[in-house]
Design a protein around this ligand. Structure first.
Ligand code: FE2
Length: 396
């Protein structure tokens, strides 16, 4: 016989609460007891119950819970359950941090982090094995495209395990940003429908709506070489810039450019010569969008670092040399302004493509997905890695 104080914490996310009734059991080393309580979890609240249990349960090992429903299965996001008792015994925590849905019984083990070898008690080892079996049913591998990292088996968001989906706020925020962006584009399209763009200044017609100090600065300075160089370290893709250790082999300098070669060699000697080589994009077929063939360049940019720290472009080679064609054209800051600006725009386009494909999609999303799925399949909830990670699907 003993008194227990039970606290049930529900997530603060939208729709975390539930109108369904929740039933709880305390499971001790000796026996288990069903708790006589009326629990309908409220979003963001911690509900507390003080209950007498006639039997001696022994050391608490699990809290079992079951969410009942008749017509509507109203999912509940349970943060954790803590139990203090009997009497003055220390408090035990039973972390959950997941959606509770369906009519099954869920067992939450006492939450002290444990590795596989730490399960002195057989009950925890059995729970671990059962949990991993279930997880491997829920989190399954799929091949999206041969040669790419494996993905989770799901064709759309609704196929994802509930705990892998965005929380409602995040989903709404994401969708709203998407809609607001699309709306702005439609408005600008309508606004400029009757006018054609003949000069660069005509772009000002679409420079309104959401602005920031940085956007204003880029608007003023986007044609400057200084901003072009600055973007290699402070733009979307700071991964490509390298200090040159020799002149790149793809750089073919035609006759008549001896002065340029001398300058490159001088910067190289000084350690102030830099390069950004987009060769990875060479040979990638570009898409056809609405019947229009698109093009992709694989440029090389050579830059110098001035003593003030400014990074300035010295030349742009748009495509690498091909055995079949003549020496590729070099674009220089001394070229007619629009030709030089066009060459820089091709570089920016390639920078964006490489950033999205390689550094963003492959190196973050696709790799992170492999790690996330493997973690869910191979590590049980009691593994220490979940202690700092219980909110991981709210990021990015
Ligand atoms: Fe992303």
């Amino acid at each position: 016989m003993g008194r227990y104080r039970i606290r049930v914490a529900t997530g603060a996310w939208l729709f975390s609460g539930s109108h369904n009734r929740v039933q709880l059991w305390l499971v001790g080393a000796r026996r288990e007891a069903e708790l006589e309580l009326q629990l309908r979890p409220v979003r963001g609240e911690e509900e507390e119950f003080d209950l007498a249990v006639p039997e001696d349960l022994g050391t608490l090992q699990f809290v079992k819970l079951r969410k009942h429903h008749s017509l509507v299965d109203d999912a509940w996001f349970c943060d954790r359950i803590t139990v203090q008792g009997p009497g003055a015994c220390a408090e035990a925590a039973f972390p959950c941090y997941r959606w509770v849905q369906g009519g099954g019984v869920l067992s939450l083990p006492e939450g002290t982090a444990r590795l596989a070898g730490d399960n002195a008690l057989d009950v925890f080892q059995k729970h671990r094995e059962k949990e991993l079996k279930e997880r491997q049913q829920i989190y399954r591998w799929a091949t999206w495209k041969e040669g790419l990292p494996l993905t989770i088996a799901a064709d759309c968001e609704d196929d994802l395990p509930p705990n892998m989906r965005f929380h409602e706020e995040k989903r709404r925020d994401f969708e709203w940003t998407l809609k607001a962006g699309a709306l702005e584009m439609v408005l600008k399209r309508v606004y400029t429908l009757l006018s054609s763009w003949n000069r660069l200044e005509d772009f000002d017609q679409i420079f309104w709506g959401q602005k920031s100090t940085l956007a204003e600065k880029v608007h003023q300075r986007w044609q400057d070489d200084e901003l072009f160089g600055y973007q290699f370290l402070n733009g979307a893709n700071p991964m490509l810039l390298r200090r040159s250790t020799s002149l790149p082999s793809r750089l073919v300098l035609p006759s008549g450019t001896e002065e340029l070669r001398a300058q490159l060699e001088k910067e190289l000697q000084n350690g102030s010569l830099f390069e950004a080589d987009f060769i990875l994009l060479d040979g990638i077929p570009a898409n056809v969008i609405r019947g229009e063939q698109q093009y992709l360049a694989a440029p090389l940019v050579m830059l110098k670092m001035e003593p003030s720290g400014k990074l300035l472009p010295l030349l742009i080679q748009i495509q690498p040399p091909k055995p079949s064609s003549q020496t590729p054209t070099l674009f220089l800051p001394s070229d007619p302004p629009l030709a030089w600006l066009l060459a820089k725009s091709w570089v920016r386009n390639s920078d964006f493509q490489l950033h999205q494909l390689q550094y963003h999609l492959l190196n973050t999303h696709l790799v992170a997905e492999v790690i996330a799925v493997a973690t869910m399949r191979c590590l049980p909830g009691l593994h220490p890695v979940f202690k700092p990670l219980h909110t991981y699907n709210s990021s990015h």
